[in-house]
Design a protein around this ligand. Structure first.
Ligand code: URA
Length: 443
């Protein structure tokens, strides 16, 4: 049957209408996205529209339409043949955020299928794919067939976004990135959800980070984004919930690819930092709830603790690493992952308590050591990064080591060390500590 021909779009008129605060219709939004993909809507027009949306917003109907139009701009993976509930997690990005690496095998060990698609690091936040690639041989570029097969066989696959899932989002994000239109709640919502819906999930748990090291600096902005994600996700028929979590200090003690992977693997051994464990378990429990496997958070937490204590989660990680071409021995000896050979230590200039560690500064310092990218095409140094020796609230004496820096290029050390030194505050009084979890937002 011949495809219905689309009417030529009056794109300037749609831009003006959005600029004046009018609501666009579902078909208009679909046509705009389709036109953007076939070239009949120019990049400058889409950028102007993004700016109009930035100032005027979009209501839930428009955001749903935008989400579905972008999802449908590419392939939508069907995971219908997999019986287990399929649940993914998405984090809005933080410093030292290696949660996905320990979370996915734990949740899969509990009986949920985890089709986890992650991104690469850009700017001050690292990317799960770069961290996983610190495991020798680990492949993140599985085809959709391999992805589906692995999910069916072992219940989890950790892969990169393939180019044919939600390609409209990729193109639009590239424009938003250079036109000052990233920080728009409806655009962020449709961007995140379109990609996740294309994965074929039943449910999604969002980790919406808030604080200096996060995309959303204030609790009210983060809450608004979380509510929008939950509402739009629910309107498109998925079970979506969000955890607002604190990102005012780095997560755990490590920043940088191999260092973070080691720390995440430690969690599967029942070791590792308390804050990383808490965050991982909270998100995992929410995923079990979303999957319908448990009725309450406490039931979920008990189930998770069991899978870690009896070694099932660790065994799941061995299976994942083996299936994706990595060396599974790393799972049993995480500290064998190679770190870069040049290093220096930053020490405390005072005696007292660590009252503050600025994650943003550490994120940029880690990037400066080679662990991150400033442009998408840059490569990363897997062994570069920062190991903290203290966390906020710890007592230190003058001269105590605060952090060790690693890099493959010695010349990078000095500037990064200054930055790391400047990210610590030492005070006389022990600061009050609080949980990373601020709030859970459900429908
Ligand atoms: N992350 C995304 O995937 N999209 C956005 O628009 C912002 C953050």
């Amino acid at each position: 049957m011949a495809r219905k021909k689309r009417q030529p779009l009056a794109v300037p008129e749609l831009i003006v209408r959005k600029r004046e605060g009018e609501k666009l219709g579902e078909q208009e939004i679909r046509d705009l996205v389709a036109g953007f993909m076939d070239g009949s809507v120019a990049d400058y027009q889409m950028s102007a529209l993004a700016m109009a949306v930035y100032f005027r917003g979009m209501d839930f109907d428009e955001t749903v339409a935008m989400t579905l139009a972008m999802r449908d701009s590419g392939k939508v993976v069907s995971l219908d043949q997999i019986d287990a509930p399929k649940v993914d997690k998405h984090s809005t990005g933080g410093v030292g955020d290696k949660v996905s690496i320990c979370l996915a095998p734990i949740v899969a060990a509990c009986g949920v299928a985890v089709p986890m698609m992650s991104g690469r690091g850009l700017g001050h936040t690292g990317g799960t794919l770069d961290k996983l690639e610190a495991i020798p041989g680990f492949r993140v570029d599985l085809s959709v067939r391999e992805f589906r097969g692995q999910l069916r066989k072992i219940g989890c696959a950790l892969i990169g976004q393939t180019g044919d899932l939600a390609p409209a989002d990729k193109r639009l994000y590239a424009l938003r990135d250079v036109t000052g239109t990233v920080e728009s709640i409806p655009l962020i919502t449709s961007s995140i959800l379109s990609k996740k819906l294309a994965e074929g999930i039943d449910a999604l748990v969002l980790d919406v980070k808030v604080g200096r090291g996060a995309f959303m600096k204030t609790e009210s902005d983060a809450r608004e984004l979380a509510r929008c994600l939950v509402r739009v996700g629910t309107l498109v028929g998925k079970r979506v919930s969000a955890l607002l979590t604190d990102m005012n200090t780095p997560i755990g003690y490590t920043i940088g690819n191999a260092l973070e992977t080691t720390e995440a693997l430690e969690i599967l051994h029942g070791r590792g930092p308390d804050d990383l464990r808490e965050l991982t378990y909270e998100l995992a429990a929410e995923m079990l709830r979303a999957a319908g496997l448990v009725k309450s958070k406490s039931q979920g937490l008990r189930h998770i603790e069991q899978q870690v204590a009896n070694g099932t989660a660790l065994e799941k990680m061995r299976e994942i690493v083996d299936a994706q071409g990595g060396d599974p021995r790393v799972v049993d000896a995480p500290d064998q992952l190679a770190v870069a050979r040049h290093r220096t230590t930053v020490t405390s200039e005072a005696t007292g308590y660590v009252t503050d560690i600025d994650p943003l500064e550490l994120g940029y310092a880690s990037m400066g050591l080679g662990a991150g990218r400033s442009r998408a095409e840059d490569s990363v140094d897997a062994g570069a990064g920062i190991r903290l020796h203290v966390q906020r609230g710890d007592q230190v004496r003058e001269g105590d080591a605060l952090a060790t820096l690693y890099t493959s290029e010695r010349a990078r050390l000095r500037v990064a060390a200054d930055r790391v030194g400047a990210s610590f505050r030492i005070g006389k009084r022990r600061p009050r500590l609080r949980s990373r979890l601020i709030e859970t937002i459900r429908r």
